[in-house]
Every structure is written in C-alpha cells, then in structure tokens.
Design a protein around this ligand. Sequence first.
Ligand code: DC
Length: 399
Amino acid sequence: MKDLVVAIDGPAGAGKTTVAQIVAKRLCVPYCDSGSCYRAICYLALECGIDPKDPKLLSFLKEKKITLDPGKVFVDSQDLTSHLREPAVSANVSTVAANPEVREYVTNLLVSQSRGRGLVIEGRDIGSVVFPETPFKFYLDASLDIRRERRGGEAIEGRDKIDSRRKTAPLTKPSDSLLIDTGRLSSDEVASRIFEKIEFLLTKNRFYSVAQKILFSLFKIYFRYSVRGLENLHRQGSLIVASNHTSFLDPPLIGVMIPLYYFAKEELFSVPIFGWLIKKLNAFPVQRDGFCRKAIQRGIRVLENGGKILLFPEGTRGDALRQPKKGIGLIARLANEKIQVPILPVKILGSEKALPRGGWFIKPHKIQVIIGKEISPERFSGKDDLAIAKMVMEEIGKL
Ligand code: DC
C-alpha cells in the first residue's frame, strides 16, 4: 500500500473531502486536498493586492515556499489553513486555478511532495493530469441541487463553469476512472465502493493465470485448438463476451484467451472439487430459473470495475444456434446506463463433439474459436432486452 495513489476527482460538493479522508484513514496513508494549494495562492494574491486575473500572478511566490501537510497548507512557516475557506478566497479561487502557470506550479508541487509515498488526493485533474498513471481513479458526482445543498446554498455553478471550461487541465472525468453518483449514498457507502474497486485491482488471480497457461497448452495439443479474429479482442477495459453454448468446455475455451468472469448454475458450486475449482476460476452463481438480482448486480460490478464477463445468450447448452433468452440484453442495458460496455460475439466450433451434453469422456476433436467484431453500445441503445439478445445471436450466427 506504500506507494498506492488514489485519485478522487469531481466538482464542488460531490463529497470528495469526507470520502477521501475515510479512504486515507483506512489505507493508513496521508490525505491531500489539492484545492487547498489553489486556495493558498489565491489568499496570498489577495493579501498582496494582486488581481487574481493577473497572468503574472505567480511572480510574488518566487521567494515563498509552500508546504503541504495532511489537511494543512503552510507558506514559509505560516499556517494558512484557517484562511482557505474565507468567502473572498472561494469567490476568486477558480480564476486563480485557471491560470496555466499556477496549474503547472501546483502540479509540480503535488508530485514532488508526494513522491514515493502512498496518498489519497482529491481535486479536479488528479486522475487526468497530476497522477494519470495511477489505476486507482474515482470521479464523484451528484446533481447540482444536492451539491449546492451540501455547500450550504453556496453558488457553485459559477465555479463549476470556470473549472470545466478552462483551457488548461479542465475538470473532466478521466475515461478510466470509476464514476460514483454520491447523491443517494452515505460517505461510508462511497468509500466502500472505492475499496471494492481497489481490492479488485489489487487481487490478481494467480490461480487463474496458471490454469490459463496450462489449459491453453493442453487445448493446443489435444483439440488442435485455434482462434480466428484474435485482433478483435481488446485486452483493456470492460467487455461482455457472448458465445454460443454447446458444451461444458465452452467457458475454459474462451477463458484461456483472456481473464473472464462467468455465471455458473448454483448447484454446480456444491459439486465436490468441481465447485471449488470453478469458484477459483472466477465463476459466480446464478439460479437455475434465470438471472437473480444478486448475480446481475455482481456481473455489473465486474464490468464497472473494468473486468470482462462471459455470457451465453442461449442460457443452457444445446446443439445448433438457438433463440436467446433476454438475460444478456438486461445486463448489457443496465451496465450501459452507467458505463460504455461493448459486446463481443464469439462462436465456438467443435466443442459439442469433444464433450457433448451427457458425455463423460473428452474426445480429441478439433476445436476452433471465432472472434467477431465488437458490437458498440450505440447499436443497442433504445432496444429492449430481447431485441439486444437477438441482435447478439444474429452476430454470432454470422461468424
Ligand atoms: O476543492 P476546492 O473547492 O477546494 O477547490 C478550489 C478550486 O481549485 C476550485 O475552483 C477548483 C480548483 N482546483 C483545481 O482546479 N484542480 C484541483 N486539482 C483542485 C482544485
């Protein structure tokens, strides 16, 4: 945890400060409020009678040294913390923060003073500019009414506008950050969501990686396993992989190419050894009569965290391509209410011969996996669940 940098961005009143402090406390790393640097510079400028709009505003800072202490700002040895929320500072800070020289100065200050240490840092451009390389990026937001109420009726619209429209490092959601709507969540709930994602990113499933390598070699030899269209499989980001389903072999036949999460019938988890194995290999339980709410939520969480899930639109195994159930449409629609997740159609040929339904022996039959082109979320927006599922099945049929 020592060098883990957690970036929490978002507009004023989104709840960043309380959440960032909870997260920092639980991770035992310092907390940093980057906005306080801009506030300190704004305060000093006002103190010196310098116009906050002056492009050369920074010149007065040359001889001064700003030091950040968790939750505090010192200039030389003077603690400015108690002045940072004064109305004049709040009214002018966005203008100061839009000054490119000031931004460069603060970015360098934040990076140099945090080097090599773990840190939870909140701001507007932390994930996009200050620490773009950290994988732990969060973007908190809530409706304007809620944010205004949280700030005791402060007119935050003006600040929002300047922060998001300025030329240098505007307030924006980094595409690889997790968006959390804090409107109806308590600070502890938001912090838990952040921990869940951090844990997801930190827990590399070693068992899966080893099994993946071993099975890949075995499949190559035993099934003369081959893949067509591998260039269509993008390794980064969330994805719904949708495949036809004819055999118990199907999940590992796709899972050897890329780490996947997938649903398996609840009762399979109580089969000795096999149940333990599929759990270790990222399966999660679904009730026999369809997707239960818990399973759907779990699948969506995996996608939100940047993971990939494997779905069989037809539901259970069967020989030819069949009519889909609406489950895949439901998951794709719900996931895309929050994030952009494409669907990747995949067709497996030969697994029904290698291990047919009811069969006990795995035969060395040739197996080929064909990967199609991603179906972008725009193609299924506005469609109902069954129509999405049918479209996916059609794409699988074309492969
Ligand atoms: O979070 P805050 O209200 O204390 O931020 C004060 C101002 O500083 C606000 O207008 C946005 C700006 N700011 C910024 O531009 N970039 C940051 N990383 C942090 C704050």
